[in-house]
Design a protein around this ligand. Structure first.
Ligand SMILES: Nc1ncnc2c1ncn2[C@@H]1O[C@H](COP(=O)(O)OP(=O)(O)OP(=O)(O)O)[C@@H](O)[C@H]1O
Ligand SMILES: [Mg+2]
Length: 260
C-alpha cells in the first residue's frame, strides 16, 4: 500500500541546506500525517537538526518547500509557526527565572490563558510542583528537559518537533515522556522527533526516515524496514542469528564507522 501524504500536517520537499560550501542536507523529502509519530534517525552529523531547524524557521534553507498545516513556511511563516511546538536539542532558558516564571512567560508569548489551576496541573504532570519556585539554572539536566517539553506544547500545537527529547532522561522520565508523546498522537496531532535510541524508535514511531550524509536513505515503518532488509546480505550479515532489530538495519545501512 502506498501512503498518500494527503492528510499531512508537515510536508518537506527537496530540502537542501548548505553551511558555506558544505551541504548538510541534500534533497530531503518526507511527510508526517495527522496522528503519526515520525522519527528522523541518523548518525552524528547526518543532518537531522539542520532539517528540523529548517522546518522550525530557525535556518533558511537554500531550496526546498516546507508546509506546516497547509501553510508554506517561507510565504506564511507566522501561520506555519503558530501551529508548531519546538523543543531544541540544547534548550536554554533564562537561568535566573523560576520554573513558574518561565512557564508563565511562554504562555504569555503564545497567548495562552494559564490559570493557576492549569499551571499547577502542568507542574504536577512533570513532577516538579515542589520545585515550582526553583530557578531554571538550579535544575538538573533531565528536569530542565521536562520543563522545556511542557513549554513546547503549552499552546497545544498540531505539530510537535523534538530534537533528541530522551537524551539525559532517567528511565522513569523517559517512560513519562513517551506517554506524553503518545497522548499527542492520540489527539490526532503529529510528532516529528530525532533519537539515537533505535529501541525506542522501533517501539514508538509509526514511521521513520534514516538519514545519512544529508540524504534520506530509507523511509518506512520500523517493521517495514526490518522486513525489507532482513534477507539482504548487503545490510544484514547472513550469519546474524536471532531477532533482527531496527538497530541491525540502521547499522547495516549507515555502517559501523563512528562519525568524525
Ligand atoms: N552552523 C553550522 N555551521 C557549519 N556547519 C554546521 C553547522 N551546523 C551543523 N553543521 C554541520 O552540518 C552537518 C549536519 O549537522 P546536524 O547538526 O544537522 O547533524 P545531526 O544529524 O543533528 O547530528 P547529531 O546527531 O550529532 O545531533 C554536520 O556535519 C555539522 O558539522
Ligand atoms: Mg542534532
Amino acid at each position: 500500500m502506498i501512503d498518500q501524504p494527503g492528510s499531512s500536517i508537515l510536508q518537506v520537499k527537496n530540502l537542501n541546506v548548505f553551511y558555506g560550501t558544505f551541504q548538510a542536507v541534500s534533497n530531503v523529502s518526507f511527510y508526517v500525517k495527522s496522528g503519526e509519530i515520525f522519527g528522523l534517525l541518523g548518525p552524528n552529523g547526518a543532518g537531522k537538526t539542520s532539517t528540523l531547524s529548517s522546518v522550525e524557521g530557525l535556518l533558511k534553507p537554500q531550496s526546498g518547500e516546507i508546509t506546516v498545516a497547509g501553510f508554506n513556511i517561507s510565504k506564511q511563516p507566522l501561520h506555519a509557526r503558530a501551529n508548531m511546538g519546538v523543543q531544541l536539542q540544547a534548550t536554554s532558558f533564562q537561568p535566573e527565572l523560576t520554573i513558574t516564571e518561565i512557564i508563565k512567560l511562554y504562555a504569555g508569548i503564545y497567548g495562552v490563558n494559564l490559570t493557576s489551576e492549569k499551571l499547577n496541573a502542568l507542574l504536577q504532570d512533570i513532577k516538579l510542583e515542589e520545585a515550582a519556585s526553583k530557578k531554571f539554572g538550579q535544575l538538573s539536566g533531565g528536569q530542565q528537559q521536562r520543563v522545556s517539553l511542557v513549554i513546547s506544547t503549552i499552546h497545544d500545537p498540531i505539530l510537535v518537533m523534538l530534537d533528541e527529547p530522551t537524551t539525559g532522561l532517567d528511565p522513569q522520565s523517559r517512560r513519562q515522556l513517551w506517554e506524553r508523546i503518545e497522548a499527542i498522537r492520540e489527539k490526532g496531532h503529529a510528532v516529528l522527533l530525532t533519537t539515537h535510541s533505535m529501541e525506542e524508535a522501533e517501539a514508538v514511531c509509526d514511521r521513520i526516515a534514516i538519514i545519512d550524509h544529508g540524504k534520506v536513505i530509507a523511509t518506512d515503518t520500523p517493521q517495514g524496514l526490518i522486513d525489507l532488509y532482513r534477507n539482504d546480505p548487503a545490510v544484514i550479515s547472513a550469519s546474524r542469528k536471532g531477532k533482527i532489530t531496527l538497530e541491525d538495519v540502521f547499522i547495516g545501512l549507515t555502517g559501523k564507522t563512528v562519525r568524525a
